[in-house]
Design a protein. Structure first.
Length: 70
């Protein structure tokens, strides 16, 4: 392999490395956003779980209303 060929190969490897680093940075940002969203979703699930006991509670029967005569 000539020096010119090695230089070309090194340049290609550096280009590939730089592209991989760029992809890693994008994925890292996406990962952070997904973690934040997951935390918010977990909080919302806990909030909604608070309503379950209320939903399971028996509904009191309504008493028939008696009309008032004036």
């Amino acid at each position: 392999m000539t020096i010119t060929e090695m230089d070309g190969r090194i340049e290609e490897l550096e280009r590939q490395r730089n592209e991989a680093l760029t992809r890693c940075a994008k994925l890292s940002g996406m990962n952070a956003l997904l973690r934040q969203t997951l935390g918010e979703a977990r909080g919302e699930i806990q909030r909604l779980n608070g309503f379950i006991p209320q939903a399971k509670a028996p509904v009191p029967e309504e008493q028939p209303s008696t009309p008032t005569i004036n």
